[in-house]
Each structure stands twice: as structure tokens, then as C-alpha cells.
Design a binder for this molecule. Structure first.
Ligand code: TYM
Length: 509
């Protein structure tokens, strides 16, 4: 192993004790390798590069942390800061556009997040993710001192990457509207993948299919039914574990509607007028007569969906951030009105980077079932191929020999998300920029990567297709668990607001 030799030389010169771990297979990122080896995320050392006005700086933090970029900007006293992309790193001479332990020997300023020194050792990747390096804390400190660094406090826990013995998110909840026949990769990378990861580490996870929300657009009962069944089967194929998560249908838990009616009284009309879904409709020319009240009230029902379960976090895509924030506003107003900390304020748990808002194949708007700009997960191969082959790329590139742009190019965003063969992605990006590869090859490789990445989910989905009984069993079990919590919350709310008292006959029927 060549890199290993280089690193050995590099470290031996500095007299650092270290251990090299052979992961035995290549992982696309450190997170996956740590998970495979059962090493805690807190030991993972993440090396990031940021562009600032005066050039590039390197920042070392832990795998279980997210960088507070606003704070970093203040600490560095700069006006502009942006994480360098793989492509930019490639141009700066970092092999494959990736940073690793070896990159620390470059001459850039080094900043170290202080939490790195809170753990006994660090593990990070060498040139390839097949090999990791482990170093004790004291050795790391000594090594960094020799390189010169500044210690700063710049991160907060990343709720999606907490070790199970350290998780501070105990309850999560999220929903999906069954207004499309199948999930697309936007749903998957923005929401479903993190939801499936969270179910393994939190104490309680509630996921549901928001059929009452779907009524704003789906008003044919057979279509609604089909969407609901497909939805639950898609989730099972993507890793839903009904023993860990309660998966239910919103309308099976009447407390959602009961709480929505109550919460509507604690939020002004003007707040709802500012909500994106409503404003977008108006901007697209819809009149008040064409917008149903279900759409206008949607954020209140959603706040009820969330608050009933008192979750710490709500894993969703970026497009739902405003809704989760509104539910925090409503919770605060309710709490203030009655002078009680009844509803905890839920955190939106949103992925970083391109996963938070996966772009559509039209290259213009967010991938969305209603816009028809999606790449599916479970459709027939031919359909997925067609979706990929018709994807927008670089409009300024007419011939395969023209140098192309990979930054923000949807086809490369999808490669970064889906393609597990990172060397192939780097090679394609390089050749695209040099005008040495055609769009067709880039798209065909993406199609193959899609088939590889989702092959076991697709296989599972095929096996359970049409299995209504399975879907029903899971929804019934889920509804039982959800009702237990939701009914307790609504009883408590009724008591706080004065509806549940000795005069109330509610529980007699
Ligand atoms: P829905 O059905 O539109 O989408 C389901 C989840 O997928 C995410 N998502 C995306 N993420 C990244 N990129 C994309 N292109 C993309 N498209 C969709 C969404 O952000 C969402 O997390 N209102 C919600 C359903 C809902 C809900 C709730 C969610 C109802 N009640 C309570 C959370 C909590 C919706 O329509 O999502």
C-alpha cells in the first residue's frame, strides 16, 4: 500500500505512535467505515476545508459534530466562508478531492475544534477509506503542536450522528404525505434515510403517513388508498423496523384533529399567510376561490402532528423547516398562555449539503412528486433509466469535447448522493471538466450506481408488492402505540385549557 508507506514515513519522522486499521473494504465515507467497525462516532476525526477571503483553512472536528459556520466566521473574523467542494479540493491538489490525515501536512492554517481533545483517541481515514489511522489523544496533541494549530469552540452535536450511549435526542417524529404513488430519491436522501438511521439510536420513533394532509390534493378514494399502501411498503423496503418505530396512519389517531382545532387559537392569521405552500399557490396565480382551507390550515394540523408526541427532533427535508418552526412558535405561545413548559420545542433535523433539498431532474426546482422531475427508487428499470437519461446537465456544453461544469450540475449531485464508487465519480468529474466524457456515459454510470445502491431495497420491495395484509398489520400496531401517547397528550391539553374537568362528560361515551 503506497499511501500507507508515505504516511508511515511522515509519522515516523514526527515520532508519533499510531495504529493502522484495515477496514477490509472501501467505504465512501468515514461515517460508514466507523459504523461498519462499530467504532463510536465521537472518535471519528473529520477534516474539513473552508474557503475564506484569505484562502483556505483546515478545520478538525469530530464525526458526531456539526460546524456552526456563523460562529466560525466570527472567530476567523471574515465576511465570507464556504466549505470547499470535492472539485475545488481536487484543484488544490488533494487526491480524489478528499481530505484525510495526510492532508494535514499541507501548508494551510489549521484550526482544531476543542471537543476533539475531549476523547481518548481519534480515528480518521488515510488516502483511501479502506485504511484508517488511530492515534491516542496525547499523541495527536503533540503531533498537532508540531504542525501549529489554534484551538476553537465551533461545533454542536449532530443529532443524526450520535453514539447510542450519548444520544440526546430521545424521541423523533416525522410524516409523509401520500400524494404520490412512490417515494423518490429526494424523499429518501432528505428524510427517509436519516429517519431509518435515527430509529436505531433513539428511544422512540414515530413515523406516519399523513392521509388527512393528502386530501388537499388527492380526492379520489382509490388513489388515496393505493398511495397509502405503497408508502408503507416503500418504507419497509427501505429499512423501517416496526419493532423499533411506530408507523401509523394519521387518521387512525383522532387526537391529531382534536389538537389541531385547539392549536388554531394560539396562532394569528398573519403567520399562516406567510407560509410557503400558501404563498406559492398565490404567486402561481391561484385565486382565493381555488385554494382550499385544508391547504391554508395545513401547518396547524402539522403542528398538532408533531406536538402530540413531544419529540425532541423532527427529521425532514429543508422544505419542511418552516412548518417545524411554526410548530415551535405555536408551542411557545401555548406554553406562555398557560404559564407552563408543556410542549417541548422540537428541533428540525435537517441534513447538510445537497441531501437537504435534492434538486429535480429539470435542474431548476426541488425534486417533487407534483412537478414530475423525480428519479424514483422502486419503478421499473426502464422508467428509472428514462428519468436519469432525460436529466438536465450543463446547458452550455454542446459536445462531449466541450469542458463542462460539475458544480451544481444535477447529474453530479446525484452521483455524489447515490454512487458508492467514489473513484468512479472523481474520474467522471475530472473527465467532464476536461471535455473527455459524454453525458450519456455519465448518465449510464449513474443508472448502474442506482441499481447497485438500491438493489436490496428493490428486491425486498418486489417481494412485498401488493401485500396489503402486511401493510395493515404494521399500521394497526403503529396506531395502537401512537394512540397511547397522543391520547395522553390531548387529555393533558384539555385539562390545561379547561375542557377536561368535573363538568366534562367526554370520557363517558
Ligand atoms: P412530503 O410528503 O412532501 O415529503 C416527505 C419528506 O421528504 C422530504 N422531501 C425532500 N427532501 C429533500 N429533497 C427533496 N427534493 C425532497 N422532497 C421531499 C420532505 O421534506 C419530507 O421530510 N408536510 C409533510 C408531511 C408531514 C409531516 C408532518 C412531516 C405532515 N405532518 C409532521 C413532519 C412532521 C410533507 O408533505 O412531506
Amino acid at each position: 500500500m503506497n499511501e500507507n508507506k508515505k504516511v508511515k514515513e511522515f509519522l515516523d519522522n514526527l515520532k508519533i505512535k499510531y495504529r493502522i486499521i484495515d477496514v477490509s473494504k472501501e467505504f465512501s465515507c468515514l461515517t460508514d467505515a466507523l459504523r461498519f467497525l462499530n467504532i463510536k462516532y465521537r472518535y471519528g476525526l473529520k477534516i474539513l476545508a473552508y474557503k475564506i477571503e484569505r484562502g483556505i483553512i483546515l478545520l478538525l472536528t469530530r464525526e458526531d459534530r456539526s460546524v456552526d459556520e456563523k460562529r466560525l466566521k466570527q472567530i476567523l473574523n471574515v465576511n465570507f466562508i464556504e466549505e470547499a467542494s470535492n472539485n475545488e479540493l481536487l484543484k488544490l491538489g488533494f487526491p480524489n478531492g478528499k481530505l484525510n490525515f495526510f492532508s494535514l501536512k499541507s501548508k494551510f492554517e489549521i484550526y482544531v475544534d476543542s471537543v476533539v481533545f475531549d476523547v481518548g483517541k481519534i480515528v480518521t481515514n488515510l488516502d483511501s477509506n479502506r485504511f484508517l489511522i488511530e492515534i491516542e489523544r496525547e499523541e495527536l496533541e503533540r503531533f498537532l503542536k508540531d504542525l501549529g494549530f489554534r484551538e476553537i469552540e465551533v461545533s454542536f452535536p449532530n443529532p443524526l450522528l450520535q453514539d447510542s450511549d450519548n444520544i440526546n435526542i430521545k424521541t423523533v417524529l416525522s410524516g409523509i404525505t401520500p400524494s404520490g404513488k412512490a417515494l423518490h430519491i429526494g424523499n429518501y436522501y432528505g428524510a427517509v434515510k436519516p429517519q431509518m438511521e435515527l430509529q436505531k439510536v433513539v428511544d422512540r420513533s414515530y413515523y406516519f403517513v399523513a392521509d388527512l394532509h393528502a386530501l388537499t390534493t388527492v380526492q379520489k378514494k382509490e388513489e388515496l388508498e393505493e398511495c397509502i399502501i405503497n408508502n408503507i411498503l416503500d418504507f419497509i423496503a427501505l429499512g423501517l423496523d416496526p419493532n423499533k418505530s411506530a408507523y401509523f396512519r394519521q387518521s387512525d389517531v383522532p387526537a391529531h384533529c382534536q389538537l389541531a382545532i385547539v392549536l388554531a387559537n394560539y396562532i394569528p392569521f398573519s403567520f399562516l399567510k406567510r407560509m410557503h405552500a400558501f404563498k406559492d399557490k398565490l404567486e402561481k396565480g391561484a385565486t382565493y376561490d381555488q385554494i382550499n382551507m385544508g391547504l391554508f390550515n395545513y401547518p396547524i394540523l402539522m403542528a398538532a402532528d408533531i406536538l402530540l408526541y413531544k419529540p425532541d427532533g423532527v427529521p425532514v427535508g429543508e422544505d419542511q423547516r418552516q412548518h417545524v418552526e411554526l410548530s415551535r412558535d405555536i408551542a411557545e405561545r401555548f406554553n406562555d398562555t398557560y404559564g407552563k413548559d408543556f410542549f417541548p420545542l422540537p428541533e428540525p433535523l435537517i441534513q447538510s449539503g445537497f441531501s437537504a433539498k435534492v434538486i429535480g431532474t429539470d435542474g431548476k426546482r426541488k425534486m417533487s412528486k407534483s412537478l414530475g422531475n423525480v428519479i424514483g427508487i422502486f419503478e421499473e428499470e426502464e422508467i428509472i433509466k428514462q428519468q436519469i437519461m432525460s436529466c438536465y446537465t450543463d446547458p452550455n456544453r454542446i459536445r462531449a469535447t466541450d469542458p463542462g461544469n460539475v458544480e451544481g450540475n444535477p447529474i453530479f449531485i446525484y452521483h455524489d448522493l447515490i454512487n458508492d464508487d467514489k473513484d468512479e465519480v472523481c474520474d467522471l468529474k475530472r473527465r467532464y471538466e476536461e471535455g473527455k466524457v459524454g453525458d450519456v456515459e455519465v448518465k449510464e454510470k449513474l443508472f448502474k450506481a442506482h441499481m447497485r445502491t438500491f438493489s436490496s431495497a428493490r428486491e425486498k420491495r418486489r417481494k412485498i408488492a401488493g401485500n396489503k395484509d402486511l401493510a395493515k398489520d404494521i399500521l394497526c400496531e403503529g396506531a395502537k402505540k401512537a394512540r397511547e401517547v397522543a391520547e395522553k397528550s390531548i387529555d393533558e391539553v384539555y385539562e390545561i385549557i379547561g375542557i377536561e374537568n368535573e363538568m366534562s362528560c367526554r370520557k363517558m361515551y
